[in-house]
Design a protein around this ligand. Structure first.
Ligand code: MEV
Length: 436
């Protein structure tokens, strides 16, 4: 049994690695070398990365790629994407090309509200509590003005504060539901600071306002936290074109393609097993932009999947239909992402990625990201209903298999040629390398 180590975070980076190598890697220095080969020789840059999190010991690389030819709201974009899955960027680029000569993607913000709650217990009457909240509402606004002032100057701040009665679900449970506009920041710190201040005010004022709140019925704060579920922070991305202007497919007519495509989306609307995979494909595109622009992909994922279940059953985030001989495809998704705050002003590659996008504001970044999600979904469904997904996927994966098998660059060159029109599997690549 290993012993707990105390004060680990206070050790230097080298001391932490010494401890690791001794306790987890049987003193084998090759494991130290693996960590150290990823250190950046620019110590300033390395320190910056080390400071992001506690107990940092190395850097974990992910590829940063670009996908050109995206036309979104009539503007041309080259999209930065961070992702490890080999076929995602290729698929996005293919879909971007496909739609660039058909008017491109349209994207629009449908709503833009963030929210959070103070969760608390109160064992008195709802009417007492409601009068108390109405009386102290101006105090809640005033006493958080030191936090909200600069956001207000930029047109944002606290939009509303409401008491929500949840006593039918949990005895004496209420929420203060607060809606925010956090402009260009994702807003987590801003929202949580306001909510924690509100909880303090609730306690101090409940002691003062005993006319409304009988002393025995004290408010007990459980927690104050933003919600990552934001069904009123929605962006819609869409494409459409006449069926006879769709690209010619190999084995099926344009009409058949459009009809099959709509069927595929309908299946994802009614079947959660398919919907999860369908939405995962959308998130391939969304997450890669979210990561490249330094946003919180866990929050974005949680939000998207909760929204997918908003009608009581997990379903597709996208929709497709044919109307008047026109193929329509759209994605509605909640996205809480920012272009200021967090990593956006610190990580050099995040700053670079935002510059590549021409330094968009948060709403424009939402529009771009949703369009990439739709592109990804389009590319996946197009492959699924025509050639199947594995052909393109394994073509992109071939190089990973070759790397796994330690192929030389000459062998790789030969393998790429050989497998151009052949089925690719780990076994077939291995056999081919052995035959050389
Ligand atoms: C793979 O990462 C994503 C897909 O499975 C998405 C889909 O099935 O729609 C191809």
């Amino acid at each position: 049994m290993k012993k707990n180590i105390s004060g680990f975070s206070k050790l230097s980076k080298n001391e932490k690695i010494d401890w690791l190598i001794e306790n987890h890697f049987n003193n084998q220095n090759s494991f130290r070398k693996i960590l150290m080969q990823y250190w950046n020789s620019n110590s300033e840059l390395q320190n910056l990365h080390d400071d992001f999190i506690e107990n940092s010991i190395s850097n974990y690389y992910m590829p940063l790629a670009i996908s050109p030819n995206f036309i979104i709201n009539s503007k041309y974009y080259t999209i930065p994407m961070v992702i490890e899955e080999s076929s995602v960027v290729a698929a996005a680029s293919k879909a971007a090309n496909y739609w660039s000569c058909k008017g491109g993607f349209k994207s629009e913000i449908l709503s833009f509200e963030k929210l959070g709650h103070v969760h608390f217990i109160y064992d008195g009457s709802y009417n007492e509590l409601s009068s108390f909240i109405s009386i102290i509402k101006p105090v809640l606004f005033k006493e958080t003005s030191h936090i909200t002032n600069s956001m207000k100057k930029r047109g944002g701040g606290i939009l509303s504060i409401d008491l929500i009665d949840k006593t039918d679900k949990i005895k004496n449970y209420y929420q203060l539901k607060v809606i925010f506009n956090t402009i260009d920041s994702m807003g987590a710190n801003f929202i949580n600071s306001c909510l924690e201040k509100f909880s303090e005010i609730l306690i101090t004022k409940s002691n003062e306002y005993q006319i409304f709140l009988k002393k025995k019925n004290k408010i007990k704060i459980i927690m104050s936290i933003l919600s990552n579920y934001l069904p009123n922070c929605i962006v819609k991305a869409s494409v459409k074109c006449e069926i006879n202007l769709l690209d010619k497919e190999n084995k099926i007519s344009r009409k058949e393609f459009a009809e099959k495509f709509v069927q595929a989306v309908n299946i994802a609307k009614i079947d959660p097993y398919r919907a999860v995979t369908h939405n995962k494909g959308i998130m391939n595109g969304i997450d890669s932009v979210v990561l490249a622009t330094g946003n919180d992909f866990r929050a974005v994922e949680a939000n998207a999947h909760a929204y997918s279940s908003r009608n009581g059953k997990y379903s597709s985030l996208s929709n497709a239909w044919i109307e008047n001989n026109e193929f329509n495809f759209e994605l509605k998704i909640p996205l809480s992402i920012g272009t200021v705050g967090g990593l956006t002003n610190i990580h050099p590659l995040v700053k670079w990625s935002l510059k590549l996008l021409n330094n968009p504001d948060a709403k424009e970044l939402m529009e771009i990201t949703a369009a990439v999600g739709l592109a990804q979904n389009f590319a996946a469904i197009r492959s699924l209903i025509t050639n199947g997904i594995q052909k393109g996927h394994m073509k992109m994966h071939l190089i990973n298999i070759l790397n796994q098998l330690n192929a030389s660059s000459k062998q790789k060159e030969k393998a790429i040629k050989h497998f151009k029109n052949k089925n690719i599997s780990h076994q077939s690549v291995n056999n081919f390398l052995n035959s050389l």
